[in-house]
Design a protein around this ligand. Structure first.
Ligand SMILES: [Zn+2]
Length: 131
């Protein structure tokens, strides 16, 4: 029988973690994350300031893109390390590959189904002062 990598990963990462599914506005992009919800972040860099997102950091092992790879567009600027994805159909930013932690994703919490930021500490990151 086939071994299912996704199941193996979710079992390993299920300790203290909650699973959420997320999507863009038109539904073309669908993804799933596991998070311990230890904190959410905001950022004041030129990009984050404009999109005004409250974000959740998840390791790439806790992230699964379920659908929509073909509609995702990528935007990069400055050091071109971070990869900012947006849906080419509806324009929504669902997640990005982080610059300071390239093995992790920043997730737009407003795209998550049933997510409630109440009670989760907010860390304000100072992206504008990164070189
Ligand atoms: Zn969309």
């Amino acid at each position: 029988m086939l071994t299912n990598n996704d199941n193996t990963q979710s079992m390993q990462s299920s300790n203290n973690k909650q699973r959420f599914t997320g999507s863009c506005h038109c539904g073309s992009v669908q993804f799933q994350i596991d998070s311990d919800l230890s904190e959410v972040t905001t950022c004041n860099c030129s990009m984050c300031r404009r999109r005004n997102a409250v974000m959740l950091k998840v390791h790439e092992n806790d992230f699964v893109l379920l659908d929509g790879a073909e509609v995702l567009s990528k935007y990069q600027f400055h050091t071109h390390t971070a990869q900012h994805f947006f849906c080419s159909q509806c324009g929504i930013y669902p997640f990005h590959r982080k610059r300071m932690a390239p093995d992790s994703y920043g997730i737009n919490t407003q795209c998550l189904e049933g997510f409630d930021a109440e009670g989760i500490p907010v860390r304000e990151t100072n992206g504008i002062e990164l070189p």
